[in-house]
Design a protein around this ligand. Structure first.
Ligand code: AMP
Length: 355
């Protein structure tokens, strides 16, 4: 990995003229809207005709576009982008389109700790992090022969739940599995899903206190996943499976949700533990992150995944959520990110939140 010298990059920056930039997709409307509310210039990195979509949303439209032929080209334009004092806000599609290697070596100041990618993209390391923090994860079934209850089979690197499947027996697993792909088998946790959107600031002490900095809960969502979430319209899963129709887990949207208030202490305990462990392991998960959880009938959480940057599940809350409204009116995750950058720029702490 090329050593990125954030200090040198920032020395040439005019801190009063920073530009918030991201790839035009995923949560970019929210990111631009939040940045504008905080008084930043905004730049949308885009391929082709996507610009037109933004014409329809003036308050989410970036001030300028930076058109590239393909997203991987962004690396080639790093110098040009630095001349615009660009700070990059990564989101899931940004990392995917650019490719993890290019993202890790991109020579642009980037919000958050890029090292986290190595810990969330490797399912073994992710488990070391989350279980090391004391969180309960779904049991992992190492040998498919040991399948004796419903499991979910996840292919490595599959995006948006693509190809994942449920199996209840070893035979069912053998019928469905694509042997040439790497996979992991997890206990299928019965319960209700909550995707929790946190924000960790290592430089501000105005929220739930941690050993260094503080933690906020900005919102939560439930993903809308096709076809699993609508499959019952056609019959029971069993009936459909017999016809060779298998439910899938492809994310198509996000639904706002709140949880019973008595669960919030557990939500903060989990968030705190994840951040504290990340500080030990790789210097901290900075800014937004999301724990993907199932609440079981005994009201405990099982965490099946972490996303260590802004997630699309924050999009329903461009003008605030039932939680962020209790912090500040009209506060989205996108806006919170820009606030953190503004605060850090004013206090000369940018190197603490950018990598
Ligand atoms: P993931 O890629 O790990 O986020 O998983 C995609 C989707 O599969 C999730 O959004 C859930 O709906 C479902 N899922 C993942 N892991 C589990 C699990 N262990 N138990 C039940 N459902 C799960």
């Amino acid at each position: 990995m090329t050593k990125i010298n954030i200090h040198d990059m920032l020395t040439s920056y005019d801190k009063k003229n920073l530009t918030i930039a991201t790839v035009c997709s995923h949560s970019s409307l929210q990111i631009f809207n939040g940045a504008k509310k905080e008084g930043f210039k905004t730049l949308g990195i885009s391929v082709g005709e996507q610009k037109k979509i933004y014409e329809a949303f003036p308050l989410g439209k970036p001030d300028d576009f930076f058109i590239v032929e393909k997203y991987k080209d962004i690396t080639k334009y790093a110098e040009e982008l630095r001349e615009k004092y660009v700070i990059v806000i990564p989101h899931g599609s940004f990392v995917e389109y650019l490719g993890p290697e290019n993202f890790l070596t991109l020579n642009l100041p980037t919000f958050g700790n890029r090292k986290v990618l190595l810990w969330e993209s490797d399912r073994d390391k992710e488990r070391i992090w989350l279980e090391g923090a004391g969180l309960t994860m779904p049991q992992e079934i190492k040998d498919p022969k040991d399948i004796d209850k419903p499991v979910i089979v996840k292919y490595y690197g599959a995006k948006g739940g693509k190809g994942f499947f449920i199996a209840k027996t070893h035979d069912e697993f053998l019928k469905r599995v694509e042997k040439n792909k790497s996979y992991t088998i997890q206990e299928f946790v019965m319960g209700t899903r909550y995707y929790l959107h946190y924000f960790y600031s290592p430089i501000q002490d105005n929220a739930f206190p941690l050993s260094k900095g503080s933690l906020q809960l900005l919102s939560m969502d439930r993903r809308d996943e096709t076809t699993i979430d609508e499959v019952q319209r056609l019959g029971s899963i069993q009936e459909l499976e017999e016809l060779g129709i298998h439910p899938t887990f492809v994310v198509t949207g996000n639904i706002p949700i709140v949880m019973r208030e008595s669960l919030l202490p557990q939500v903060f305990d989990m968030g705190k533990a994840v951040v504290e462990k990340s500080l030990d392991l790789f210097g901290g998960v900075i800014g937004s992150f999301c724990l993907e959880t199932v609440v079981t009938e005994d009201l405990t959480f099982k965490v099946f995944e972490i996303s260590a940057r802004i997630v699309a599940g924050t999009n329903p809350y461009i003008s605030g959520s039932p939680y962020s409204e209790l912090i500040q009116a009209d506060l989205s995750t996108g806006r919170r990110i820009s606030q953190e950058i503004k605060f850090a720029a004013r206090k000369k702490l940018l190197e603490k939140i950018l990598t």
